[in-house]
Design a protein around this ligand. Structure first.
Ligand SMILES: N[C@@H](CCC(=O)N[C@@H](CS)C(=O)NCC(=O)O)C(=O)O
Length: 98
């Protein structure tokens, strides 16, 4: 299960859209950045730069929990997890990443 910590901004939407496209099960947790939720000690443990989006994947690499922040890193992580969207060759992968 993936826990998503996010809000309705373009950076937040990216990860919601990607989770839907990947068909992965997830729970969504609203971080109200207008109220300062991003500065709570619990959220800073997940996202030390006090920014959404962030995820915790209970079934990460090697079956261990994986916590990630930065939307680009999360998109690449999710694409790798489902083996989709990054292409089959290095050329396709780097074209996608740019
Ligand atoms: N480079 C980051 C940017 C994330 C970002 O700027 N998040 C904003 C909302 S879109 C945020 O959480 N701001 C709260 C703050 O800076 O206190 C990413 O792509 O994830």
């Amino acid at each position: 299960m993936i826990d998503l910590y996010s809000t309705a901004t373009p950076n937040g939407h990216k990860v919601h859209i990607m989770l839907e496209e990947c068909g992965l099960a997830y729970r969504s947790h609203h971080i109200d950045i207008g109220k300062g939720d991003q500065f709570t000690p619990a959220f800073l443990k997940i996202s030390p730069n006090n920014k959404i989006p962030a995820i915790i994947d209970s079934d990460g690499p090697d079956g261990k929990e994986m916590s990630l922040f930065e939307s680009g890193a999360i998109l690449v992580y999710l694409a790798s997890k489902v083996g989709k969207f990054l292409g089959d060759t290095d050329r396709e992968k780097f074209t996608t990443l740019q």
